[in-house]
Design a protein around this ligand. Structure first.
Ligand code: GLN
Length: 598
């Protein structure tokens, strides 16, 4: 088979889950990335999702978590967002691999007669295509070490080809490939004792695929004692020091430092025959951030996220808005406040309101408390009698991205209330479109103003579909066909947006920022026919595409409202713990001002 020699002994670390899913494999992978970067190596992180969807764009976020978007426009699993946040840099489309992508490519080659009359089979053709993608990602990133997370758990049918590809790489390059099994040690309440048997069985099952794991990251409620480490080491055939204790901890951003307690970074380098280069100072900054983000302030700003996704039973709502939540967290730290996030069900505002604190995100739940997701209780009826004044308790309101009709009128009502009562408002994508519709309806008096997504027959299509998008929909071409990925926008002078972007990490830049680049994921746009009318009516378009055709940011002047701003793009995808997003920071600061005044 066509596996080339590893150039300059490029190293691969495969992260595979044992025992069960949902125990924080993505955070473990991200954290190893942080650690090895801090040791002076250029690292790339790859996520393998074994499903047959070609990308994550067609999946429902209420079931599968947020759809993350890369600069390239590829729609991915939310883990890619974690990777970018932990590495502090942008990932490429070559760093995400699904079974769907691999099979589609191989089948298209077969249709183009590229296999020269051979029978095309899972082995070798699918496996080799996977190996090729692993190698290609390393090359594109010019990295020293690739860390590849294989989705699912050992024993799944779906990920077998990826495990087989990893085995073959190891067979060819025994000194350059490592395996880490992220396992879980349950402590059944009745026994009160941590059980290692499932981990031993998972290691055995992996051995059945021809792979001996080199390290075990042992997730558990509490730290592993020496006795258990030894037991696992002996039964899984690895030195005791390579059993890494990974207890539940308060914040996911503590995980890299926690791994360091067991010297994971150095042990991994040793196992790969590498030495630590000069330590990177960024790890000190990371540790400071991780410490600070937890307890830096007890001044609490209450932020409401208005969504429609709340009555879907046993899923973690917080996963659907993961990047938004993290973006708020980073900016709250920068602004010197603690953000308490509340969910608000927009449907309850078609007349009434309900709000309650948000449960922790799934990977935090797993790293913090237990491996079981906390279901969000059905939210209807709780405050049926309450009026819109219940919104006064929030210091800031966000309407995040979304699709479709449900909950729309409630969102519009909330936006109207935020505008009229000067509550800081931040609209993300759909939240910006709806804010523009609300303005057209209630300020310009265009009562039937709407978006073509919901009512294409409205006489005032404030938000409309662009001609190229119309064509795609007519062809039934839904996958990966929105306006996706990084696009530039120019900022208008003396606006809230420009002011916000003229700060970087709390410091004012020497010149006001004129151009930005942000990530997009939408089909509809502000209708050019209404721009003049909206502007005359007082709405300011403070960011637009360089050719001036597409509206990217809308806001009200500071004299009219302290912060009423929406973006057609998704700023949350570029918020990083060491580089909070300027618009989120400006929003949280406005919320802080409101808190001060209450
Ligand atoms: N549904 C809207 C559109 O397609 C907004 C999308 C979003 O919020 N990501 O344009």
């Amino acid at each position: 088979m066509a596996i080339r020699a590893l150039k300059n002994h490029h190293k691969y670390i495969f992260v595979i889950g044992g025992v069960m899913s949902g125990v924080g494999k993505g955070i473990a992978t991200s954290s190893i990335g942080t650690l090895l970067t801090a040791k002076g190596y250029r690292v790339n992180l790859v996520k393998v999702d074994p499903y047959l969807n070609v990308d994550a764009g067609t999946m429902n976020p209420t079931e599968h978590g947020e759809v993350f978007v890369l600069n390239s426009g590829l729609e991915t699993d939310q883990d890619m967002g974690n990777y970018e946040r932990f590495l502090g840099r942008d990932l490429t489309a070559d760093d995400y691999i699904t079974s769907g992508m691999v099979y589609k490519h191989v089948i298209e080659k077969e249709r183009a007669l590229e296999f020269g009359g051979k029978c095309v089979e899972a082995i070798p053709h699918i496996r080799d295509e996977i190996v090729h993608r692993f190698e290609h990602s390393a090359k594109v990133n010019k990295s020293d070490i690739s860390i590849i997370e294989i989705g699912g758990t050992i024993g799944d049918y779906q990920n077998v080809m990826f495990i087989e590809a990893a085995r073959v790489l190891k067979m060819r390059h025994p000194n350059d490939v490592l395996f880490i099994m992220v396992s879980y040690l349950p402590t059944p309440g009745k026994l009160g004792e941590m059980k290692s048997r499932p981990t031993q069985n998972a290691a055995r099952q992996l051995a059945g695929y021809g792979i001996n794991t080199d390290f075990i990251i042992a997730r558990a409620e509490s730290p592993l004692d020496h006795k258990r480490k030894e037991k696992i080491a002996v039964s899984c055939n690895i030195p005791c020091e390579r059993v890494i204790s990974a207890p539940d901890i308060e914040s996911i951003y503590d995980v890299p430092a926690n791994f360091e307690k067991d010297k994971l970074g150095i042990l991994l380098l040793d196992a790969l025959g590498l030495k630590s280069k000069k330590p990177d100072k960024s790890f000190e900054a990371w540790k400071r951030m991780a410490r600070g983000i937890k307890n830096h302030s007890n001044r609490e700003v209450n932020i409401a996220i208005v969504g429609k996704y709340f009555n879907t039973g046993d899923f973690i709502l917080s996963d659907a808005y993961l990047s938004v939540l993290e973006a708020i967290k980073f900016s709250a730290y920068e602004a010197g406040v603690k953000a308490v996030i509340h969910t608000v069900n927009s449907r309850d505002f078609e007349g009434n309101d309900v709000g309650r604190p948000l449960p922790p995100r799934r990977d935090e739940v797993s790293h913090i408390r237990s491996a079981h997701p906390t279901p969000v209780a059905a939210s209807t009826g709780e405050a049926q009698a309450a009026g819109f004044e219940v919104l006064d308790k929030y210091d800031g309101i966000i309407v995040p991205g979304g699709f479709g009709e449900s909950g729309i009128e409630g969102k519009l009502n909330v936006i109207k209330y935020a505008r009229e009562n000067k509550i800081p408002y931040f609209g993300l994508c759909y939240g910006m479109q709806l804010m523009t519709i609300e303005y057209a309806r209630n300020v310009l008096g265009l009562n039937e103003a709407h978006t073509a997504e919901i009512n294409p027959r409205s006489p005032h299509l404030i938000i409309d579909i662009m001609p190229d998008q119309k064509k795609k929909l007519a062809e039934g071409n839904y996958g990966g066909s929105m306006r996706l990925g990084l696009y530039p926008a120019k900022l208008a002078k003396d606006t809230i947006a420009q002011e916000a972007y003229s700060y970087f990490q709390g410091k004012r830049l020497p010149k006001p920022t004129a151009m930005i680049k942000e990530r997009h994921r939408h089909r509809y746009e502000v209708n050019p026919k209404y721009i003049e009318r909206l502007e005359k009516g007082g709405l300011v378009f403070s960011g637009c595409s360089p050719d001036g055709r597409l509206m990217e940011i809308a806001e009200l002047p500071r004299e009219v409202h302290p912060f009423f701003l929406g973006t057609q793009f998704h700023p949350e995808f570029l918020a990083r713990p060491l580089q909070p997003h300027p618009l989120f920071t400006a929003f949280v600061k406005a919320a802080k001002v409101r808190l001060g005044g209450r």
